[in-house]
Design a protein around this ligand. Structure first.
Ligand code: C2O
Ligand code: CU
Ligand code: CU
Length: 432
C-alpha cells in the first residue's frame, strides 16, 4: 500500500537466463525475474498503482489484457516505455472477478517480446466470488497455468526464425507451463481449479485429458459463468482464458493435453498451422489421500445481458490476409472511429480467410450474440474479450463502453495471433 491507499506494485522488466536443459542457458526476458512475471492480484473497488521500470535496452510496454481502465493506462503502443524509462499507471479496479493477464504491446514487436518471456497473470477478485464455495487456495487447488509453445535451437536459445513459420507465425514443439518445461502438479484435493491462459504467440490449444474425463467450465475471459457447463474439450486461441474445475481420484495420474482442433479448422491450412497436433501440457499426480472439497455452486457469475439492448451503432469488421481489417493495416496516427460513452454497440466480425484469426477488444468485455446466426457454443456464452474466429464465419459481438472518455488516446482492437497483430491486423477507436 502507498500513502494514497492504493495497492502498489513494483515491476521491473529485465533480461535474464534460465537453464531449461543441459548445456547453455537460454536467454530470456521476465518481469521481476528472469522469465515471465509474477501473478498480480487485486480486488474490485481497489485502487492499484504501478511503478514499471524498463531495464531492457529496447522500448516495450505492459498492457493489461481484459482490464477496464482509462486509455492512457492501457499500456498499448501509445504507452511505450523507453529503455531505462519508468511508467506509473494507476486506476481503480471496477469489473467482476476474472482471470486477466499482462503482456507487452509495442508497435510491431509484441510477438517477439511475449515469445522471449514477458507475460503474467492478473487475477481480479470481488466480494461475490470470495463468497462462493469454489477451490481458491492459490497454488494448491486454484492453479494458474500460462500455456506457451516455443522452439529451442541446438544452442538452447529460443528459436524465432522463419523456418517453422506457418500462416500464423511461430509454432513451437516445446510446451512451457508457467515457464516450466515438462511440468507436473502434485494434487492434494479432489477438485482442482485451473486458470488456463493461452499465452502462445500463435498456437490454438484444444485442451482435454488423456482419459477424456469431463471437467467443468466455470469462467471465461471476463469472469465466472452463471453456471458451470460440463465438457471434455476446450479450445482456446491466443490471449483467451478459461477457468475449469477438474476432479481427481486418490493415487491416480492424468495428463492434460492439447488435441487436434475440433471446430471448423482442419484440412491442409489447419494442418500447417498446428491444428492437427497433439501435445502434452501437464501431468497431474494425485496423492493417496485427497482433501474433499464441496461441489461447484449452482449459480456463480452474472449472465451477459446485452442481447436485448438496442445498439447505438452497428459496425462490421472483416479480417483478411495477415495484416488487414476492412482492407487497412494499423497506423498509429489513424483513429478508425469513435464510440459514445455509455452506449452499446454490436460489431459483426468476419474471418474472410481459410486459416485462423481471433479478435480482441481493449477496455471492454463483450457478449457473443451469435455465430453465423446460430447460438454460440457454451464456451462463448460468458463475457469475453478475445474470440476465436473460425475461417469463413461471422461473429456478432455486443459491448458497452463505459466510464473513460479520451478524444485523443485510442484503445486497440486486433487479431491476437501476434504475427498478424504485429503485421498490422489492428485498428484503433476512441471513447467520446
Ligand atoms: Cu492481449 Cu491488445 O492485447
Ligand atoms: Cu488487450
Ligand atoms: Cu489473425
Amino acid at each position: 500500500q502507498d500513502p494514497s491507499g492504493a495497492r502498489r506494485f513494483d515491476l521491473e522488466i529485465q533480461s535474464g537466463a534460465v537453464a531449461f536443459k543441459d548445456g547453455r542457458e537460454t536467454e530470456t526476458w521476465g518481469v521481476n525475474g528472469a522469465f515471465l512475471g509474477p501473478t498480480l492480484r487485486a480486488k474490485r473497488g481497489e485502487e492499484v498503482a504501478f511503478a514499471v521500470r524498463n531495464s531492457l535496452d529496447e522500448g516495450t510496454s505492459i498492457h493489461w489484457h481484459g482490464m477496464h481502465l482509462p486509455a492512457v493506462m492501457d499500456g498499448g503502443p501509445h504507452q511505450e516505455v523507453a529503455p531505462g524509462g519508468d511508467w506509473a499507471p494507476q486506476w481503480m479496479i471496477n469489473q467482476p472477478a476474472a482471470t486477466l493477464w499482462y503482456h507487452p504491446h509495442p508497435h510491431g514487436r509484441t510477438g517477439n517480446h511475449v515469445y522471449r518471456g514477458l507475460a503474467g497473470m492478473f487475477i481480479v477478485d470481488d466480494d461475490e466470488s470470495d463468497g462462493l464455495n469454489l477451490p481458491k487456495t492459490y497454488g494448491v487447488d486454484d492453479v494458474p497455468m500460462i500455456v506457451q509453445d516455443r522452439k529451442l535451437d541446438g544452442d538452447n536459445q529460443f528459436d524465432d526464425n522463419g523456418s517453422f513459420m506457418s500462416m500464423q507465425g511461430l509454432l513451437g514443439d516445446q510446451v512451457f507451463v508457467n515457464g516450466t518445461l515438462g511440468p507436473y502438479l502434485d494434487v492434494s484435493t479432489r477438485l482442482v481449479r485451473l486458470r488456463l491462459l493461452n499465452g502462445s504467440v500463435s498456437r490454438l490449444y484444444n485442451f482435454g485429458f488423456d482419459d477424456d474425463r469431463p471437467f467443468s467450465l466455470i469462467a471465461t475471459d471476463g469472469g465466472l459463468l452463471p453456471s458451470a457447463s460440463e465438457t471434455d474439450r476446450l479450445q482456446l486461441s491466443p490471449g483467451e482464458r478459461a477457468e475449469i474445475v477438474v476432479g481427481f481420484e486418490p493415487g491416480e495420474t492424468a495428463v492434460l493435453r492439447s488435441y487436434p482442433a475440433d471446430e471448423g479448422y482442419s484440412g491442409p491450412l489447419g494442418r500447417v498451422n498446428g491444428a492437427d497436433d497433439t501435445l502434452d501440457i501437464c501431468e497431474f499426480r494425485a496423492a493417496e489421500s485427497l482433501t474433499d472439497t464441496t461441489a461447484i455452486p449452482e449459480t456463480m457469475g452474472a449472465a451477459p445481458d446485452l442481447a436485448d439492448t438496442e445498439p447505438a451503432e452497428e459496425r462490421s469488421f472483416s479480417l483478411s490476409g495477415f495484416n488487414q481489417i476492412n482492407g487497412e493495416s494499423m497506423d498509429l496516427q489513424r483513429i478508425d472511429f469513435g464510440v459514445r460513452e455509455g452506449s452499446v454497440e454490436v460489431w459483426e466480425v468476419a474471418n474472410a480467410d481459410g486459416f485462423l484469426h481471433n479478435f480482441h477488444v481493449h477496455d471492454v468485455q463483450f457478449q457473443v450474440l451469435d455465430v453465423d446466426g446460430e447460438e454460440p457454443p457454451a464456451r462463448l456464452r460468458g463475457w469475453k474479450d478475445t474470440v476465436q474466429l473460425v475461417p469463413q464465419r461471422k461473429y456478432r459481438l455486443a459491448m458497452r463502453f463505459t466510464d473513460y472518455t479520451d478524444p485523443n488516446l485510442p484503445y486497440m482492437y486486433h487479431c491476437h495471433i501476434l504475427a498478424h497483430e504485429d503485421a498490422g491486423m489492428m485498428g484503433q477507436f476512441v471513447v467520446l
